[in-house]
Design a protein around this ligand. Structure first.
Ligand code: G3P
Ligand code: CA
Length: 266
């Protein structure tokens, strides 16, 4: 079953999705970034999720914790700083805020459950990116179990409601697995699906490519094939307007405040 309605419309407004939280204003993929997205007026937040060595889903973009935490100082003797090689206990000891700004010192790496708690309390919608699922075998099942056992599920999963809760990945096979597990949830394909392959993925709901090189022709081909399209990561207001003029359903941005302005003025 696919979402089908004219867009944009009051039922399907244009969306400026806060990328990794409001990651232009706060450290990416932290609760502080989710809070900042809410404070800046975002309705929808994108986060990246991966599994720890002991199978706990946590928020992290890179395979390694080195760029966005102080893990090398906290655990100087480890051979690997990859999330898949670290336990939740090891990850909970790091600071994921100071690298961005000292004001965020002590900000932890959140678990997926903690992120769902915060999204629920702030009544935010979620674009959940399953990051590098090949490095995290079974992550689709873990996320399905966490989602369906959390009260957020009941609030954000009316059948196929567009843009409340959506799961996406650059790994399209992983999304087909997730779609089988969670058939009531819209699923998105990250990257540019060739136009002649769109019909092969008719179980999916969104195609979300990089905005670089995007054309109005590609946007209309994707939408005519029945998908929504929200490119990433658009940070300049002029470019946001260009992307909306191509007919997209919205975009993902580090600056949801600028994004809201662009949508409001469009
Ligand atoms: O929303 C899609 C976007 O987040 C994909 O790129 O590298 O920021 O995860 P990346
Ligand atoms: Ca992402």
């Amino acid at each position: 079953v696919r979402v089908s309605a004219e867009q944009p419309s009051p039922e399907r407004p244009l969306v400026a999705v806060a990328h990794r939280g409001a990651s232009g204003h706060a450290p990416e993929n932290t609760l502080a970034a989710i809070d900042a997205a809410d404070e800046l007026g975002a309705v929808t937040v994108e986060i990246d999720v991966q599994l720890t060595a002991d199978g706990e889903p946590v928020l992290m973009h890179d395979a390694s914790l080195e760029r966005t935490t102080d893990i090398e100082e906290v655990h100087p003797d480890l051979d690997s700083y990859d999330i898949a090689d670290l336990t939740l206990e090891q990850i909970e000891a790091v600071d994921a805020g100071s690298w961005f700004d000292p004001a965020f010192e002590g900000e932890p790496v959140p678990t997926f459950e903690e992120a769902l708690d915060r999204l629920e309390s702030l009544d935010l919608n979620l674009f959940l990116e399953v990051k590098d699922p090949e490095s995290h075998p079974g992550i689709e099942e873990v996320l399905a179990e966490e989602l369906t056992s959390h009260s957020y599920w009941m609030r954000k999963n009316p059948p196929r409601e567009p843009n409340r809760l959506m799961i996406q990945s650059f790994d399209w096979d992983s999304m087909e697995t997730s779609e089988d597990l969670l058939p009531s949830v819209p699923h998105g394909l990250l990257g540019e699906v060739p136009v002649d392959e769109l019909d092969d993925h008719d179980w999916a709901d969104m195609v979300n490519p990089n905005h670089t090189g995007l054309t109005a022709d590609y946007v209309s081909s994707v939408q005519e094939a029945g998908f929504e399209i929200m490119p990433y990561t658009v940070n300049e207001q002029d470019r946001m307007v260009e992307v909306l003029e191509m007919g997209t359903d919205g975009f993902v941005t580090d600056f949801p405040d600028i994004g809201q302005d662009a949508v409001a003025e469009f």
